[in-house]
Design a protein around this ligand. Structure first.
Ligand code: ZN
Length: 188
């Protein structure tokens, strides 16, 4: 396959990484048919061939917009941390692997926001104790709720933010999180 660039997260997708994080997707990429960015989950329409260089977006954000991005950044780290911990706690191997892949995807989302907001420091979030969730079903339930919250956030603040490119990114990420809702519901 020719190399592809994801216009949402900036990853270069090639024949070595096209199937990364496959547990985080309802369908699998194949060499001949790339459906999602394996890193951020953006659909194929947001990818271009490597030789069609996209210009790096320069963001000059006002305080309100920066606040929205900062919150999105924290939300994704929070969810990435959750999935990371949930993957340790889950008993079922498939669910464990799905949580691990979802964790990686959410961290890529966090990286997208840190790039937009030029955030250098990873925020220290209160670490929650998830071991009170007794079984995989409870972990899936909480995962699903978090995804719903993320979708709500992106949809609500995608309307408020006044930058076309960020609106687009929020819209794409909302759809990726909707796919995660489907995955966590289905596994339950
Ligand atoms: Zn991507």
């Amino acid at each position: 396959m020719g190399k592809l660039i994801c216009n949402i997260c900036g990853a270069i997708i090639d024949d070595k990484n096209y199937s990364f994080n496959k547990e985080a997707f309802p369908k699998e990429n194949t060499l001949g048919n790339i459906i999602f960015c394996p890193f951020c989950g953006a659909p194929r329409e947001y990818m271009t061939l490597e030789n069609q260089k996209i210009k790096e977006e320069k963001y000059d954000l006002n305080f309100e917009n920066l606040k929205i991005i900062d919150h999105a950044f924290k939300l994704e780290i929070f969810n990435g941390d959750f999935y990371d911990r949930a993957s340790e706690l889950a008993k079922n191997v498939q669910i464990k692997n799905m949580f691990k892949s979802l964790s990686k995807v959410e961290y890529v989302h966090a990286k997208i926001h840190s790039k937009i907001g030029k955030f250098i420091v990873k925020p220290k979030l209160k670490s929650l104790n998830y071991s009170r969730y007794k079984n995989d079903r409870e972990l899936l339930d909480i995962a699903c709720k978090r995804e719903e919250h993320a979708v709500e956030y992106y949809e609500r603040y995608g309307k408020k933010i006044d930058n076309y490119q960020i609106k687009k990114i929020f819209n794409v990420l909302a759809n990726v999180e909707k796919i995660h809702i489907g995955l966590t519901e289905k596994a339950n």
